[in-house]
Write a protein that binds this ligand. Sequence first.
Ligand code: 7PM
Length: 280
Amino acid sequence: MKLTYKNKQLDLSDPQIMGILNITPDSFSDGGKFNQFNDAMDHVQSMIMAGATIIDIGGESTRPGAAEVSLNDELNRVIPLIKAIRENFDVWISLDTNKTAVMIAGIEAGIDIVNDIRALQDDDALEVVANANIPVCIMHMKGQPRTMQNNPQYHDVLQEVCDFLQQRIDVCIAAGINKRNIIIDPGFGFGKTIEHNYHLLAHFKHFHQFGVPVLAGMSRKSMITKLLGKPTSEAIVGSVVCATLAAQQGAQIIRVHDVVATQDALRVLKATQINELFAL
Ligand code: 7PM
């Protein structure tokens, strides 16, 4: 499997690391502008050097429990960075947003993937992505970010997530999005209890039934911190194990904060798949 956009290709036959770019709230809008921008660029560079082939940029508007971010704040936060990354690095850029206006500006600024936790349910989002012929990640979420972790219930979580993803794939294709541009994501932590999340991870291979690449994002989430009773600063090992279990079940893209540790794990996993040994 591979992703294609403009004249670039991303081979997905080995799992690819999507590095999460931290963007501090209020970045670029006050006196700390210059430092924050440079910190972000340094972070991008180190993630690329550690093996990330995709950088995921988010303006925080999609974060569960986070305050709503205005359109202007989100644009001011992400667009200058996208342009700078595009100019300075040879890497795929994904933009984590659910707002059509931000997608349009991001596409114009040079992103390669739209990453939408709302699976293109904003007005005109389907049409914008279809017209741009750009890869898109559609994610499952139950409920709304502010309230989704408030006692989520399912009859059968795996079935419900798969039904939703199938519906959204159908809607995307009906709107003119090429199936080759679709990536799916079960949405760990988005309207799911710890048990729901681990059930989805245990059965992760079922998400390949749609014939499109699958993305897994569990890094530093509460399914790890709550299970272990540890703060996010101590969730690296748990996060890497989750990433490894998803990769072992064929996840094509792993969205993580800790790129170095995840890359080590993926190389160890690959060594068990024989081929790596010939490359030593
Ligand atoms: C607070 C809670 C802050 C949750 C940040 C988050 C995903 C994503 C996010 C994911 C895809 C985080 C999340 N999670 N996009 N955006 N898949 N495709 O941990 O799992 O970064 S935001």
